[in-house]
Write a protein that binds this ligand. Structure first.
Ligand SMILES: Nc1ncnc2c1ncn2[C@@H]1O[C@H](COP(=O)(O)OP(=O)(O)OP(=O)(O)O)[C@@H](O)[C@H]1O
Ligand SMILES: Cc1cn([C@H]2C[C@H](O)[C@@H](COP(=O)(O)O)O2)c(=O)[nH]c1=O
Length: 207
């Protein structure tokens, strides 16, 4: 079973993932967590390039899209597929949906092209369930730290496009993408996440 968490920067993904992991331990599930981009040596190197490069290193929109894809291909190969093959639950901090939204809807790269490259990069490995944490960008911005990375430095209109893009994709993929109102207390958000995950995990256990 493969879960991912996504949403605009600052919505509380990391906080919710940590609570979700604690719950999985109590429920007796073996799991592997990862972050996209990252969680492999190559992926962490690419993360550093795409998020923390000097502003005078130009990264064109398509190059940016492909850097994320390369990191994800390695993540699937080294971490996600082996974990799923051994029956573990996988929890990923972001996945292909972020590429479609950040580089496509908000970044201007053709969305269909991203889907096609995404299919190659992931070899068809996709989350069974995506928790899309949603809230107004101006409120999520209040939760962001002081040091912003390359993506976080993009302005409000980019963030508005991100939110709209995530919500469009959630409608398109309504069977697997669950929109969670993240503008609530931490425990309320987590309760909803667990209530969605619980029947999915039970069904998997029965197989
Ligand atoms: N529901 C919430 N209410 C208030 N504060 C929250 C909530 N969820 C998280 N926070 C706080 O907001 C900050 C950002 O949270 P977190 O790091 O989990 O977000 P994130 O989505 O992973 O961010 P990023 O993607 O930018 O790393 C943290 O200080 C966290 O404690
Ligand atoms: C996977 C992916 C991510 N991004 C962006 C989204 C965030 O701004 C950063 C990742 O940092 P976080 O700690 O996970 O929030 O990268 C992207 O633009 N495209 C992608 O495919």
């Amino acid at each position: 079973m493969f879960f991912s968490f996504d949403g605009i920067d600052g919505v509380g993904k990391t906080t919710q993932m940590e609570l979700f992991e604690q719950w999985l331990i109590v429920e007796g599930h073996e799991f592997v967590t990862c972050r996209d981009p990252g969680s492999t040596l190559l992926g962490e190197r690419l993360r550093e390039i795409v998020l923390h490069s000097d502003e005078n290193i130009s990264i064109a929109p398509r190059s940016e899209m492909l850097i994320y894809m390369a990191a994800r291909a390695q993540l699937v190969e080294e971490v996600i597929r082996p974990a799923l093959d051994s029956g573990k639950v996988v929890i990923s901090d972001r996945f292909l949906l972020a590429n479609i939204v950040y580089q496509g809807y908000a970044g201007g790269v053709e969305i269909e092209a991203i889907r096609q490259v995404g299919h190659v990069a992931t070899a068809g490995v996709m989350p069974d369930c995506v928790f899309l944490l949603d809230m107004p960008p101006e409120r999520a911005g209040l939760r962001m730290g002081e040091e912003l990375d390359r993506m976080e430095r993009r302005g409000n209109s980019y963030r508005e496009k991100l939110r709209a893009g995530f919500l469009d994709e959630a409608q398109r993929m309504h069977e697997s993408v669950h929109v969670i109102n993240a503008d609530r207390a931490i425990d309320e958000v987590q309760t909803e996440i667990r209530s969605i995950a619980s029947p999915i995990l039970q069904q998997e256990d029965l197989r």
